[in-house]
Write a protein that binds this ligand. Structure first.
Ligand SMILES: [Zn+2]
Length: 229
């Protein structure tokens, strides 16, 4: 077994985690507990963020952004969340709400190059068809196509985050379930960093609305592993 040094920890095995979602805040709501767990274990994590989320409807509460300034706020917010999570961030440069119209093979080729150059062993993305937003579905599908194109022995695992209410009845139980309560503080700090987007969730949290299903759902993170044939 390889022993590798990373940030002072001795690892018994090495993973390189690459998270690929379209919007600044998808990583914090969907995977920041898992990301924190990997970071605590010393594994490097990179977030490849598809867009700047510039078409988002939330402009802060009280409102502090407008359509022109939203992208620069969201970029800063993601950089702050990344600092909280101790991860690297790269923006892929696509336009918000247009990913479904980008040629999938071109997006896949772009992603494949990134995945290979980062030596990813685990890629975390959305489950296409069960991710409630056309950008989520389109980027998840492009990730699957990208990894499919990599030679079998070098392929990273693909872990997919499903969101839609019907996903469990269609897909069954997820392959990976993490109770992320040990990383709750990191997760909250990351969500909070997305000031323009997180107001609704933060008020649920601050009012200790324990009955809130939405809040309860954040305490576990679940992923389906993609099976390549
Ligand atoms: Zn999103």
């Amino acid at each position: 077994m390889k022993r590798l040094f990373h940030t002072g920890l001795i690892l018994m095995s090495n993973e390189n985690i690459v998270v690929i979602f379209p919007h600044p805040d998808d990583e914090s709501f969907g995977a920041s507990g898992t990301i924190s767990k990997f970071r605590e274990e010393g594994h490097p994590v990179t977030y490849l963020c598809g867009t700047l989320g510039e078409m988002g409807r939330n402009m802060g509460n009280p409102v502090f952004a407008n359509r022109e300034t939203l992208s620069s706020f969201r970029k800063k917010e993601l950089n702050e969340a990344a600092k909280q999570l101790d991860i690297d961030v790269e923006f892929l440069g696509y336009r918000d709400k247009t990913l479904e119209f980008e040629p999938r093979d071109q997006v896949a080729a772009h992603l494949r190059e990134k995945i290979e150059s980062l030596h990813a062993t685990i890629v975390i993305t959305h489950y296409p068809g069960y991710a409630v937003h056309p950008d989520h579905d389109a980027l998840g599908a492009a990730v699957v196509a990208a990894v499919q194109g990599i030679e079998e022995t070098k392929r990273p695992q693909v872990w997919m985050h499903a969101i839609s209410n019907d996903h469990a009845s269609h897909l069954g139980d997820p392959d990976i379930v993490y109770d992320v309560r040990p990383y709750w503080e990191q997760k909250l700090a990351a969500i909070k960093a997305h000031l323009s987007q997180a107001d609704g969730m933060m008020s649920l949290i601050e009012n200790h609305d324990q009955a809130s299903e939405q809040l309860e759902r954040l305490k576990t993170e679940r992923f389906y592993k993609y099976i390549f044939n």
